[in-house]
Write a protein of this length. Structure first.
Length: 241
């Protein structure tokens, strides 16, 4: 995608949502970190349901360690991989107390050194808690970056590097949030809703998904039926005596 198109791409997304935010619920830097760790291979909505009561009682690493792994499991058992996640949350809470005085460090390398914290999680925390211009590449960001041609790459690291290199000011601070929300609600995995996409003309995805009930959709449905129609079977010729 051309430099001018990248700028226009983000400008349009920013016009729709001027101040995007994470959809994870949290009350401070520590609960943000915990929520992001829990969100791996889970939806934000499912994490929010699980942490509603948890974060009403537990808001510091010290309180999390006091809660303990088994009681934490009771709170998050509706989330996938909850056994491993509970173990990691208790371990990272202990590490925060021992290494950082109970505070979440504003350093990506220090965050990644915590149990259960990968680069994506560290990028989210750096961005949301400390305002860093980081690019957390989740499944939505990866899909939108490749499908639109914004920052195509075969791996999340490659996409992140391209986004970091190509995204201009003043869009860098909120770029990954715009891409997440666009992928979650418009550029969906199974069927992108191209008819209501604000960057439709800048996107290289073809063919564009037509609006439901439109003449274009009817034509595509008709063409698909013709393509799927089974070939007529030839009748066997009678044997000649």
């Amino acid at each position: 995608m051309k430099k001018a198109d990248v700028d226009e791409f983000f400008r349009r997304l920013a016009d729709r949502i001027p101040e995007p935010e994470t959809e994870l619920d949290y009350v401070n830097d520590f609960t943000l970190l915990v929520a992001v760790v829990l969100s791996a291979q889970a939806t934000d909505a499912s994490v929010n349901l699980a942490t509603r009561d948890l974060f009403a009682k537990v808001r510091t690493p010290e309180q999390m360690v006091a809660l303990g792994e088994e009681r934490l499991k009771d709170h998050i058992k509706t989330i996938g991989l909850f056994n491993t996640k509970a173990k990691n949350v208790i371990a990272l809470s202990t590490a925060l107390i021992e290494r950082h005085g109970g505070e979440v460090p504003a350093d990506r390398d220090a965050l990644q050194a915590l149990p259960g914290v990968g680069r994506k999680t560290a990028n989210v925390v750096m961005n949301c808690a400390f305002g860093a211009e980081t690019f957390a590449v989740d499944t939505h960001v990866f899909r939108v970056s490749n499908r639109t041609g914004l920052a195509p790459g075969k791996s999340v690291d490659e996409v992140e590097a391209k986004l970091d290199r190509l995204t201009p000011q003043p869009w860098r601070r909120h770029a990954h949030h715009w891409l997440i929300l666009h992928g979650r609600y418009v550029c969906k995995a199974r069927k992108p809703e191209c008819w209501r996409c604000v960057v439709r003309d800048l996107c290289r995805f073809r063919p564009k998904t037509p609006a439901p009930g439109s003449e274009e959709e009817a034509e595509l449905r008709g063409a698909a039926k013709v393509k799927r129609a089974p070939a007529a079977k030839s009748r066997p010729r009678p044997r000649q005596k």
